[in-house]
Write a new protein. Structure first.
Length: 281
């Protein structure tokens, strides 16, 4: 996702509309209070009664008796050679953007390296969120920093195997996408959400989010199901965006003819191979 200062936008998006990018130094939104203390009685985490510092309002480390039974905790592998695997943001119509991602079953040095690269790519593109599908990884994972400022790295959050378990209210705002450059449109989303996920340590947490952070999480979570924000705009809007979408499609076809991009079949084969390496199916 991308952000731009827009004085006419009303809360809960705190003065931001997500339809263009700006330098972090130029956008100083009145973001919500991000730091809040929370407690855990789970001895597996820090021990009973330990106060943890959370970077988002409402973040909770879930006690063991409240963790999701329906989804397995990813196995955390501490010792694994760190391979070099460069990622890049892919654009429509790359098939990864329509791939329904599978849950991650292993967290290792490769995954941590990918997360690091995703943050770097997000900042380079002046984004505030990036899903694994957008770098051609078929995994249920995304990263966000609602400030868009790499200097504010305490606002960075990694979501592994996320699930939005509650949605309330609704609000409209313009959205853009790093995989759909120069394409923007109005999208209605829930104003408030509760999301559960795992972090890079394999610890499950829960967050109550509103405003911009809630919108970013919903946008990125859509990616994991192969849904783009253009799927949520009106028919009239999508007709107006069609020439821009066709231009992106022509660009990919041109790259293929020049031997600069793999075929559709090769892309799909790579996604299937990656899926087999790190998921249950």
């Amino acid at each position: 996702m991308r952000l731009q200062f827009h004085t006419k936008l009303t809360p809960p998006a705190v003065g931001l509309t997500l339809w263009d990018s700006v330098k972090p130094s130029e956008a100083k939104p009145n973001l919500p209070e991000f730091r809040r203390s929370t407690q855990t009685d789970d001895p597996e985490i820090k021990g009973p009664g330990t106060v943890l510092l959370a970077v988002f309002p409402g973040l909770r480390i879930l006690p063991s008796d409240r963790r999701r039974r329906c989804r397995g905790r990813p196995f955390v592998e501490e010792h694994f050679p760190k391979p070099m695997s460069d990622l890049e943001i892919v654009h429509h119509p790359h098939p990864a953007l329509r791939w329904k991602s599978r849950e991650i079953t292993r967290i290792d040095a490769q995954l941590r390296n990918w997360v690091e690269q995703m943050f770097e790519l997000m900042y380079e593109a002046r984004g505030i969120g990036l899903a694994a599908n957008q770098v051609a990884l078929p995994y249920r994972m995304f990263v966000i920093n609602p400030s868009g400022d790499p200097e504010q790295n305490d606002l960075e959050q990694v979501f592994i195997n996320p699930e939005i378990i509650k949605r309330n209210g609704s609000c409209d705002a313009e959205e853009g996408c790093l995989s759909l450059p120069e394409i923007y449109g109005p999208v209605t989303r829930a104003e408030r959400i509760t999301v559960e996920a795992f972090d890079l340590n394999g610890t499950q947490f829960s967050m109550d989010l509103t405003g911009l952070p809630a919108r970013v999480v919903q946008h990125e979570n859509d990616h994991l199901d192969g849904v783009l924000f253009i799927d949520r705009v009106s028919e009239g809007e999508i007709r107006s965006l069609k020439p821009l979408l066709e231009d992106l499609e022509a660009q990919l076809e041109h790259r293929r003819r020049q031997g600069q991009a793999p075929s559709e079949e090769q892309m799909l084969a790579t996604l299937k191979q990656l899926q087999q390496e790190r998921t249950a199916g």
